[in-house]
Design a protein around this ligand. Structure first.
Ligand SMILES: [Zn+2]
Length: 473
């Protein structure tokens, strides 16, 4: 994620009320456990940065989404087939779903009871699910999708545009267009079919599949086989210039809003996607996904760029003149390794995403003949507020300077301390061993210590969370 200079809106923490019992206590009397141990899954992932988001009691492995969107009526009709495995003896479970009306719900083809509780869809299967059981829940739903109005970044969720829609946003957005376990700790593969009126594009994540048309509607198909965090899913519908190509043996799909210049900064920037991804692969290890791409939208409400998996979405403010902006492309593509392939387990570790993506911008700038990474490090060091920590920055500051720039300082301090060979070996080991999974700051420190055979915790503590300026390495 990169912001375009706008200050994130302040907002209050939502108060979790109805679900506190299940999350905090887990006691039989509180959660309604039976004598034989079957109990409801938690209604929350327990992450204070996203109260109410995520759920417990199961692990999703695959989302099969089939949605139809009519831009004229701003109406979405969807069917989600979600394959999951029970991680406890499960009597009922929750999915996150913001707005929209739910019709039928089945679990393993048997009609299931369901009810809504704010942004929760509570499902009680006919047959209880023993721990380890794989099951498929199918949800039919429809309605007018909603934006996320209390997001940390302003506009997000499902935005109706002049010609279609944009579903996008960090830390949460997915629940505005499909039922989901909406926390990055539960990654899954996706098949996404989107049906829109003929003539409009419908873009999403992963490898493009066959398109088909009938009765004035066209279905676009996308497949993301590598596990994806839900906030990295996107749906962009409208008038776009779509370019299908091939890069390094994989499909590359870029799309620029038709209202943006055909040869302007957006088109010129996205055209460099393959080149920049190759540069990053030379530093971080092989590109982690089966496809490449990018989407440039024209809607001013998207005041940021977001690293949606394999196909980042860029807001228009990054391309205000005719020149390409390789910096923002570098940042979002670096996230494909740091954030998308290796995902955080909890939002308090977001520097693992943003510190490395910010550092990648310094690497690119040096590679491109600009300032060296060392010079950027020195300039940033001089202006850093050491009272703000990179780790556990607080929800209000999860997209703040300490996460991005102080995080990048810590990365460079590590490089200076262990030397280039060991530093890049640490990064490649991280992106290889943790590919497709989740990790924490403690995991990174442990891996860096193992690869370097040095004690690095005091160094990284000082650079990431210490209250005073660390000694320059
Ligand atoms: Zn970012």
């Amino acid at each position: 994620m990169v912001l375009t200079g706008r200050t994130p809106r302040r907002h209050r923490l939502a108060i979790v009320t109805a679900f506190t019992c299940a999350v905090a206590l887990g006691a039989a009397g509180c959660t309604g456990a039976d004598n034989d141990g079957f109990r409801p899954g938690a209604a929350d992932a327990g992450d204070p940065y996203v109260p109410g988001r995520g759920n417990g009691g199961y692990d999703v492995t695959h989302y099969g989404l089939d949605v139809r969107y009519d831009p004229t009526a701003d109406r979405l009709t969807g069917r989600a087939a979600i394959t999951a495995t029970a991680t406890q003896d499960l009597s009922r479970f929750n999915l996150d779903l913001a707005g929209l009306d739910v019709g039928a719900v089945t679990v393993d083809q048997a009609r299931a009871e369901h009810r809504r509780d704010a942004s929760e869809l509570v499902v009680t299967p006919r047959d209880r699910l023993p721990r380890g059981r794989q099951f498929t829940v199918v949800v039919d739903y429809q309605g007018v999708p909603s934006a996320v109005t209390d997001g940390a970044l302003g506009s997000g969720g499902f935005l109706h545009t002049d010609d279609g829609a944009i579903a996008l946003g960090q830390p949460d957005s997915a629940a505005t267009w499909f039922p989901v376990n909406d926390h990055p700790s539960d990654k899954a593969s996706y098949d996404i079919a989107v049906t829109v009126p003929d003539g409009l594009a419908a873009l999403s994540n992963g490898v493009p599949g066959p398109r088909s048309s009938a009765d004035g509607w066209t279905t676009w198909r996308w497949s993301e086989r590598t596990p994806m965090a839900s906030y990295l899913s996107t749906l962009v519908i409208g008038n776009y210039r779509v370019v299908d190509g091939n890069h390094a043996g994989r499909p590359i799909v870029t799309a620029v809003a038709a209202s943006l210049p055909a040869t302007g900064g957006a088109a010129g920037s996205l055209a460099r996607t393959g080149e920049i991804a190759d540069f990053l692969a030379s530093r971080f290890g092989p590109y982690p996904f089966d496809s490449y791409g990018g989407i440039a939208v024209a809607d001013d409400r998207i005041s940021y760029a977001l690293e949606t998996q394999s196909r980042p979405v860029y807001g228009p403010a990054f391309f205000t003149d005719d020149r390409p902006n390789p910096g923002v492309v570098t940042h979002e593509l670096a996230h494909q390794w740091f954030g998308d392939s290796v995902s955080l387990s909890r939002w308090g570790d977001i520097w693992l995403n943003e510190g490395f993506a910010s550092y990648a911008e310094w690497l690119w700038e040096e590679h491109d003949g600009g300032r060296t990474a060392q010079r950027n490090f020195e300039l940033q060091y001089a202006v850093t507020d050491w009272s703000q920590p990179s780790v556990e920055p607080g929800r209000e500051r999860m997209f703040g300077t300490a996460v991005y720039k102080r995080g990048a300082l810590a990365v460079h301090a590590l490089r200076r301390t262990v030397g280039d060979d060991t530093f890049f070996r640490i990064l490649r080991t991280w992106t290889t061993e943790r590919a497709g999974g989740n990790a924490t700051t403690a995991d990174f420190v442990a891996l860096a210590e193992r690869v370097s055979n040095r004690q690095l915790r005091p160094l990284l503590d000082a650079w990431l969370v210490g209250g005073t300026a660390p000694t320059l390495p």
